[in-house]
Design a protein around this ligand. Structure first.
Ligand code: GDP
Ligand code: MN
Length: 391
């Protein structure tokens, strides 16, 4: 789960990582009022959306009067911000964060991520702050300073000091930097984050360190332990299809194609995505109904897939072990009865109670296209979606 910049900064501040003074605004008037509260003579208005790269997309603006802040906020509210990291539709701006402007001497990069390959938390730092890390990793990989954390001992002081040296920070800043790095790590660890990024971490002209931008993501599987983090969830920033499915306990990932998929098991789902691609089609989603799915669950999954307006054909691929083909068939029949199914549906059933399931579909008289292998199902779905699109 992702959170907003201002929320990540609140968390960092709680762990004593220095952040600029700022305040949230839901209206242009509130934004200008924030200037008075904060004081000073320059402010930054920052669109709060779950996507990086806002600066380049016009989502971060420096202003020199409260009027300007109000105007800038006014132009941001209600807009969808399209950044390099957002989906093409962009993300709705309905809150902005107003901060005192920071006088920047140097912009650094500091990030904490899970390196799944080595099964360790990894700290990444760089003198090239402000640039996106993905870009940096390809264009200038030698500029990345990597530190691996041993889970049994944690992030040690000498490691933090080494990062400070590698960043070329002056001796006067070493102690402060070491503290900032380790406090950020503590926030990451205590809250079971999967990512924490401070980009840029700034050295101010006065010679202190400030987190000018902050991003955090959390492990969904650990959220039950962190109510205060769950409360930060902002559905307006999520893929509507995924929120709908997640609320119903379905494992669903939204994709950009037009073939809706309902599959049991992540492995089979991946194989099915591959087969659809091989047959020349594009999946609209990745949906795993899991094991032992009841007809009600199948119906819910059906509804979740139809929820996506881009879906022109549905492919149901079930290799039943713990699942039962007759239950799945019942769910499909119920879906046809209860939902308006106007698109072609291709079904491939195999495994437990397959004869019963197939007989139920046959006897239902519903316009279901049956397939007898994964390849056959993918080809039929792609063929039928081609004819739907053409017609
Ligand atoms: P992002 O584009 O979504 O990563 O948003 P950031 O918060 O990182 O802002 C983008 C860039 O705007 C930063 O890299 C800075 O160069 C600049 N910026 C942001 N806040 C300030 C500020 O307070 N003062 C100055 N001078 N520049 C800022
Ligand atoms: Mn940034």
């Amino acid at each position: 789960m992702d959170i907003h910049e201002y929320q990540a900064k609140e968390i960092l501040a709680r762990f004593d990582v220095p952040v600029p003074r700022g305040g949230l605004a839901y209206s242009p008037e509130q934004a200008s009022y924030r200037c008075t509260e904060i004081g000073g003579s320059a402010w930054v208005v920052k669109a709060q959306v779950h996507a990086g790269g806002r600066g380049a997309a016009g989502g971060v603006k420096i202003c020199y009067s409260d009027h300007e802040v109000q105007d800038v906020a006014n132009s941001m509210f209600g807009r969808r911000l399209v950044t390099k990291q957002s989906a093409p539709r962009g993300k709705l701006i309905y809150r902005v964060y107003v901060e005192e402007a920071t006088d920047i001497a140097r912009e650094l990069y500091f990030g904490i991520v899970l390196d799944r390959r080595i099964e360790r938390v990894c700290i990444i730092a760089s003198t090239e702050g402000g640039m996106e890390i993905e870009e940096l990793a390809t264009s200038k990989p030698e500029a990345l300073i990597r530190t691996t954390i041993e889970p049994a001992v944690g992030f040690l002081e000498f490691q933090a000091r080494e990062i400070a040296f590698a960043l070329g920070l002056p001796p006067t800043l070493t102690a402060q930097a070491t503290r900032v790095f380790r406090r950020a790590y503590r926030a990451f660890r205590d809250l079971e984050a999967t990512m924490l990024e401070i980009n840029p971490l700034v050295v101010t002209t006065k010679g202190s360190l400030v987190a000018v931008d902050a991003k955090m993501s959390f492990d969904d599987n650990a959220l039950f332990r962190h109510l205060e983090i769950s409360e930060l969830r902002d559905r307006s920033q999520e893929d509507a299809r995924e929120s709908h499915a997640a609320d119903r306990g379905l494992a669903y990932v939204g994709l950009d194609g037009n073939i809706g998929c309902m599959i049991n098991g992540a492995g089979l789902a991946m194989a099915t995505m591959d087969m659809i691609k091989l047959a020349g089609g594009e999946p609209a989603n990745f949906l795993d109904i899991g094991g032992g799915a009841s007809p009600e669950r199948v119906l819910k999954a059906f509804r979740a897939v139809l929820h996506d307006k881009n879906v022109e054909t549905m492919l149901i691929n079930i290799f039943a072990g713990i699942n039962r083909c007759d239950w799945v068939a019942q769910g499909i029949i119920d879906a046809f009865k209860q939902l308006e199914v106007k698109i072609p549906v291709v079904v491939r059933l195999a495994g437990t109670h397959v004869e019963e399931g197939q007989a139920m579909l046959r006897d239902s008289g519903l316009p279901i296209i049956t397939a007898d292998s994964l390849a056959d199902a993918a080809q039929k779905a792609v063929a039928v979606v081609g004819s739907v699109s053409a017609g």
